[in-house]
Structure formats: structure tokens, C-alpha cells
Write a protein that binds this ligand. Structure first.
Ligand code: PEP
Length: 251
């Protein structure tokens, strides 16, 4: 039985006082459940405070990116060692905004996924097609290529612990959501791809999230699908009230 994972991605939003207000409310009100996990992926400067305020709760704190090297001359970067040392548990890797604005590639994502596992961080690996690719019927091939490269060289156990977020780029921050059937079709394909690379047993363990304009009004329908095990949420995760509703839907 796969656990649901509801992850919020604040992107580059909030100041520290707002981050603290959010997490205090969420730590107090978030429902606890064996069946699901709530993760908040926040900007680096807020991580120590969020970790402090969620001590003793089930809420997990994640980063939105990291470098693949442990340390060195990489001005402005943050390493997996630093994240692990703080107590971070998850890290979003290969978000389409990082691929688009910061030249991340399938190769660099793969290096980061390995680095995450080297430091016991759970990677949330984002894959997804552009509108042009969808219209050209290239979605499945594109996503297959991204997933295959992202997990290249991992052990089956590591693949089983990887969270894959299917995020069609045309649905991110646009208010357009893939229909739950469309989203599930690609998530099923992703599971089959993982099965081909590893084994059916491994594929059955992989948590696959959908992301792209998920909100309290559409999350139930998305989570009712056979291969959607959670959500990676941008806009609707920034306010505590709406994030709490999303977490509740996962329980
Ligand atoms: C995201 O940032 O990963 C995302 C899915 O954003 P939104 O929910 O705002 O579309």
C-alpha cells in the first residue's frame, strides 16, 4: 500500500515571519494519518526555522533544489550535506522552472538524485511535457525519457523510494489542470516505465504525484485515480488554510 504524499512548493514566496505564521498554524491543525505524509518545500533561508517549529510533528520539510556536490567552489549553491545536516527530509529536483530558467537537464537531475540518496534525502523528481509536446502526441515518450534518465544507476530500492511528480508544464501556475483521466494515463505510463527499468514490485512501490494547478476543489478527483498517489502543489500551498485542506484530502 503506497503512502500518499501531499507536498507544497512555495517557490520564491514569503518572508520569514510569514513562513513562521504558516508553519505554526499547519503544525497545530494538520491532521495526522498513517496513510499520508505532508511535506512543505520552502526557500533555503526558512528551513532552520520551519524544522525547529515542526519538531515532534509528522510534517516534513523539504528544499526546492540543491547542488549535486557535497562541497566546494560553487558560489551561491547549497549542498545535500547542508540540507541533511539541518534535518531536511525531501528535495524537489528538476522542477520545470529550474529546467527552463536554470538550464537543468536530465543529466544534472540524475546527478542530484544520486546525491540525494547518498545523503538519505528523498528526491521528488519532476517530469512533464510542454503544450507543444502534448499537441504533437509526444507526452509519453518525453516523460519516459525524463524518468529513465533521472533514475539511471539507482538500485531498485532507491527507485522504489523516489517520488516522481508528473507535472505537465502547461498546467503549472496556469489554472489549467489536466483532467484526472489524462493525468492518470501519464502516471500509469510512468509506473510502467519504472516497471520496465526495475521490476513490477518496485514500480508498485513508487509514489507518483500529479502537479499542475491542484487546489482544494480538484484534489479529491485527482487522488481518486489509480496511479496518482499525491500532489505537488505550488500556488494553493502558499496559504495555510488551503494547504491544510489539501493535506486533509490526502488522509
Ligand atoms: C508547482 O510549482 O510544482 C506547481 C504545480 O504549481 P501550481 O500548483 O501553482 O500549478
Amino acid at each position: 500500500m503506497r503512502k500518499r504524499v501531499i507536498a507544497g512548493n512555495w517557490k520564491m514566496n514569503k518572508v520569514l515571519s510569514e513562513a513562521n505564521d504558516f508553519i505554526e498554524e499547519v503544525a497545530e491543525k494538520a491532521p495526522q494519518s498513517e496513510k499520508s505524509e505532508a511535506v512543505v518545500c520552502a526557500p533555503f533561508p526558512f528551513l532552520p526555522s520551519l524544522l525547529e517549529k515542526t519538531k515532534g510533528t509528522d510534517i516534513k520539510i523539504g528544499a526546492q533544489n540543491m547542488h549535486h556536490e557535497d562541497k566546494g567552489a560553487f558560489t551561491g549553491e547549497v549542498s545535500p550535506v547542508m540540507l541533511k545536516d539541518l534535518g531536511v527530509s525531501h528535495v524537489v529536483l528538476g522542477h520545470s522552472e529550474r529546467r527552463e530558467h536554470f538550464a537543468e537537464t536530465d543529466e544534472s537531475v540524475n546527478k542530484k538524485v544520486h546525491a540525494a540518496f547518498n545523503h538519505q534525502l528523498t528526491p521528488i523528481v519532476c517530469v512533464g511535457e510542454t503544450l507543444e509536446q502534448r499537441e504533437a502526441d509526444e507526452t509519453k515518450d518525453h516523460v519516459e525519457k525524463q524518468v529513465t534518465k533521472a533514475v539511471e544507476g539507482l538500485s531498485d530500492d532507491q527507485v522504489a523510494s523516489t517520488i516522481i511528480a508528473y507535472e505537465p508544464i502547461w498546467a503549472i501556475g496556469t489554472g489549467k489542470t489536466a483532467s484526472s483521466e489524462e493525468a492518470n494515463e501519464v502516471c500509469t505510463h510512468i509506473r510502467n516505465v519504472v516497471g520496465k527499468i526495475t521490476s513490477q514490485e518496485t514500480a508498485d512501490q513508487v509514489v507518483i504525484q500529479y502537479g499542475g494547478s491542484v487546489k482544494p476543489a480538484n484534489i479529491d478527483e485527482l487522488l481518486s485515480q489509480s496511479d496518482i498517489d499525491g500532489a505537488l502543489v505550488g500556488g494553493a500551498s502558499v496559504e495555510a488554510d488551503s494547504y491544510l485542506q489539501l493535506v486533509e484530502a490526502g488522509t
